[in-house]
Design a protein around this ligand. Structure first.
Ligand SMILES: Nc1ncnc2c1ncn2[C@@H]1O[C@H](COP(=O)(O)OP(=O)(O)OP(=O)(O)O)[C@@H](O)[C@H]1O
Length: 307
């Protein structure tokens, strides 16, 4: 549905994107993750044909965005970070206006507008001036203008940014309800949001794609070196010295906050933890707990974007 290959973009001295490539398959929700200034908005603007790339290609449903812009753009609904809404119109007037701009056949406009307002729970607000709406409802109107021509692809730039917790939940539920009928690429820096909504994640840092895959694939990749915690009844520092000698263990240390807790990393062979357990039993340190800590998306994001 979406294919980006080798996209680069500079703004004067600033290199915003470097050789960005990715694909999005039909019906998926893709989370586009990156810190402030990573290049998310620039990528989305290029995808939607709002700005041109310096090099590379974008294909939307097999239409090249520069060679066939009308065909490609007709298949996209875009909610930019600042929704292009007209405050002096009522909700209905504005959505009708966008439907006409988006070339919905004239006879079908009222019905399409009704359906879109209904889908976004805006029907009861249709006579209100857009300027008088709360931020959450304005965001719904932004989504309505992206959806009214029923595009197969939705590009949403930080759709929950600036909303209160209830509004965030409502917008997330809305996005989930659109899945299946639409392929959705949305950007965010709220990791839990991306984790709960998305089929796949694409992580961008400093204008480069640094990771992509399912949440499980990405987190697993970063667990090459497993990290563990061990709690004993007594003698943690003596045990710590003993563990330093076991091959394959690194970062062995007593937790300064809890003198009975030891943390360590293990790499290589799977059974290295058996040696740890044997050392604890042999020295009668009193094993209370041993557990593997799983990497979270936060850990992965931090590792990929920390500089
Ligand atoms: N029109 C522009 N002129 C100059 N620099 C720009 C322009 N647009 C973007 N940039 C720069 O390009 C880089 C990428 O910006 P972009 O807005 O794509 O990041 P982003 O990931 O969307 O960030 P945020 O999460 O803060 O919105 C940044 O360094 C930004 O300052």
């Amino acid at each position: 549905m979406i294919e980006i290959s080798g996209i680069s973009k500079r703004f004067g001295e600033v290199v915003a994107l470097k050789d960005v490539s990715f694909k999005v398959d039909k019906g998926q929700i893709i989370g586009f993750l990156g810190a402030n200034g990573a290049g998310k908005t620039t990528t989305m603007d290029i995808l939607c044909g709002c700005i041109g790339a310096d090099s590379g290609h974008v294909k939307i449903c097999d239409f090249d965005i520069t060679e066939n812009p009308i065909e490609a753009k007709a298949r996209i609904g875009y909610l930019p970070d600042e929704p292009p809404i007209h405050g002096e119109m009522t909700v209905r007037e504005f959505v009708t206006y966008v439907a006409k701009l988006r070339k919905v056949p004239v006879g079908q406009v009222p019905q399409r507008v009704d359906e879109t307002l209904e889908k976004l729970s805006l029907t009861h607000m249709q006579s209100r001036l857009v300027a008088n709406l709360s931020k959450g409802y304005r965001q719904r109107v932004g989504l309505a203008q992206a959806l009214v021509h029923n595009p197969p692809i939705l590009i949403l730039d930080e759709p929950t940014e600036g909303l209160d917790p209830n509004q965030i939940i409502q917008i997330r539920e809305l996005i989930l309800s659109l899945k299946g009928d639409h392929t959705i690429l949305f950007s965010s820096h709220i990791l839990s949001e991306v984790q709960s909504l998305c089929d796949r994640l694409i992580i961008i840092n400093d204008g480069e794609i640094v990771e992509q895959g399912t949440y499980e694939e990405i987190v697993k990749k970063f667990q090459g070196e497993r990290s563990y915690e061990l709690v004993v009844r007594q003698g943690a520092s003596a045990l710590c010295d003993k563990l330093q000698g076991i091959e394959g263990l690194t970062h062995v240390a007593v937790d300064p906050q809890n003198q009975s807790r030891i943390s360590f990393h293990a790499s290589g062979r799977d059974d290295v933890v058996d040696d740890v357990a044997a050392a604890v039993l042999e020295g009668k340190f009193g094993l209370l707990e041993i557990s593997q800590k799983s990497a979270s998306l936060e850990d992965v994001f931090h590792q990929l974007t920390r500089h």
